[in-house]
Design a protein around this ligand. Structure first.
Ligand code: MN
Ligand code: MN
Length: 469
């Protein structure tokens, strides 16, 4: 009997809100305010990296590329950042121990599902002007219609200049919208399966309806081109070399009468990215070199030069080895292989509206703290990084020692679905890696939900990791 009650206790973790005194509660809410501001202001990978660089500079971080150019040697306590094409970022605090002893790495991604404008997006139909999109990441397409959208991104011009766009966030800005069929005429549409109710080519954003006077053909489109020229010095061809993302318009907000949660766009995975970054910036010195990675392209397989499969991180480590002593490839390999990593990405929070897809003992819950996933993957753990038991024991000890609320979970029932993160890519270097993250409701929807206490516990977990591992 004793054993049974013991295991029941292990499975049922206490709600983190219950352990907070007034001071802690204030910390939880202060972090939530900072996080909401970050999430509201940064809705693309580029915006996240730009803001992270600004925060890093304010906290004494120097551009590693400048130091490489100057050949400036690095010493313990030095803080540097490595910006990869403005879409991915690595931050480092040089440790007192040699790099060969390995690093403590926090990693998360800053890209989120959205609608990207196609390269040739603008067209007119029946005196409505629309922008054609190609969705990015896994979305339920029907969730992205009839809600206010903002346009964020860059337009790179032939002369080398880059125009930054952000339309729809200021309350005086216009917003944009994808239409959906009125219910009165939707008898056939609503009989379709969820995947087909709205299809990829239906996601066209309404951007105008007023014709330019004195023009015979496509006068609404012509009027928009005139506005783009006047406001942004942009020609239609400039869409060819643009990256413009349509994202839900408006700020992250408190959710619930008790204001215990946050609804916002892009918690996946900026909630882990922001808390990792804050923990990194609050950490002043380390024994083994600390790293914080904010990467792009996770939602489409971590591919490309700015995704985790790129060599940019390995290259950065080679540069660090070179600037902290005598370079050798062996030292680079050892630095990577002796490392420990928290590969952070959001977990699925248990949803009481859809209990059937979860296995309750191994599900993540709001208010129970950071989630550790020993493995992710699909079916028989396919494609998963399966963290070593010994490493998990180290993590548990670090969390308990620092009074951090944590839980363990799988992403739903075994045969229902699955997912992946950047963990398996880092594990290729032979380092210890475990998936960690914040539970999220409505993942990949325009407005995702997190618990403020989990945001706080995630940051505390990252601080504890950087201190203890
Ligand atoms: Mn993610
Ligand atoms: Mn995702």
């Amino acid at each position: 009997m004793a054993q049974k009650s013991e295991s029941a206790k292990a499975a049922k973790k206490a709600n983190a809100w219950l352990k907070y005194n007034d001071k802690k509660r204030k910390e939880v809410n202060a972090l939530a305010e900072d996080y909401k501001a970050f999430l509201s202001a940064n809705k693309t990978e580029r915006e996240c990296v730009k803001s992270a660089v600004e925060l890093a500079k304010k906290n004494g971080y120097k551009d590693l590329k400048d130091l490489i150019k100057a050949g400036t040697k690095l010493k313990a306590g030095d803080k540097v950042y490595y910006n990869n094409m403005g879409k991915a970022l690595a931050l480092f605090i040089i440790g007192t121990r040699p790099l060969e002893d390995g690093m403590k790495i926090l990693g998360a991604h800053v890209d989120s599902p959205r609608l990207d404008l196609k390269q040739v997006p603008l067209y007119e139909n029946t005196e409505q002007a629309l922008l054609d999109t190609h969705y990015y990441g896994g979305i339920k397409k029907y969730q992205w219609v009839t809600l206010p959208l903002a346009l964020h991104g860059v337009v790179a011009k032939k002369d080398g200049s880059v125009i930054e766009l952000n339309i729809g966030e200021d309350e005086n800005d216009p917003v944009f919208e994808v239409s959906d069929l009125l219910v009165h005429l939707a008898a056939k549409q609503v009989e379709k399966t969820g995947a087909k109710v709205i299809e990829g080519e239906d996601l066209n954003i309404l951007v105008g309806s007023e014709p330019l006077k004195g023009i015979d053909k496509d006068a609404v489109k012509e009027n928009l081109l005139k506005i783009l020229k006047e406001k942004y010095d942009m020609d239609e061809d400039d869409f060819l070399s643009a990256e413009i993302e349509a994202v839900p318009a408006g700020p992250a907000r408190d959710l619930g009468l008790d204001r215990s949660m946050i609804t916002g766009y892009g918690h996946d995975d900026r909630v882990c990215a922001y808390t990792s970054l804050v923990a990194m910036l609050e950490t002043k010195s380390v024994d083994r070199t600390a790293a914080c990675l904010l990467v792009d392209k996770e939602e489409i397989g971590s591919v490309g030069a700015t995704g985790m499969q790129s060599f940019f991180f390995e290259n950065a480590i080679a540069e660090l080895v070179n600037l902290t002593g005598d370079y050798s490839e062996l030292k680079v390999r050892r630095a990577l292989a002796n490392s420990h990593m928290l590969s952070s990405d959001v977990s699925a929070a248990f949803d009481p509206n859809y209990p059937d897809v979860f296995e309750t003992k191994n599900a993540a819950y709001f208010g129970k703290g950071i989630v550790y996933n020993k493995y992710t993957g699909v079916k028989g753990k396919s494609g998963s990084n399966d963290a070593n038991a010994e490493y998990i024991a180290q993590i548990r000890a670090a969390m308990d020692k620092n009074d951090v609320a944590f839980q363990t979970a799988e992403l739903g029932k075994i045969d229902v679905g699955g997912g992946g993160t950047i963990a398996y890519i880092m594990a290729k270097y032979n380092m210890q890696v475990i998936d960690a993250g914040v539970p999220v409701l409505c993942m990949h929807s325009p407005w995702e939900i997190v618990s403020k206490s989990d945001v706080y516990e995630a940051k505390q977990a990252y601080l504890a990791f950087l201190k203890e591992i």
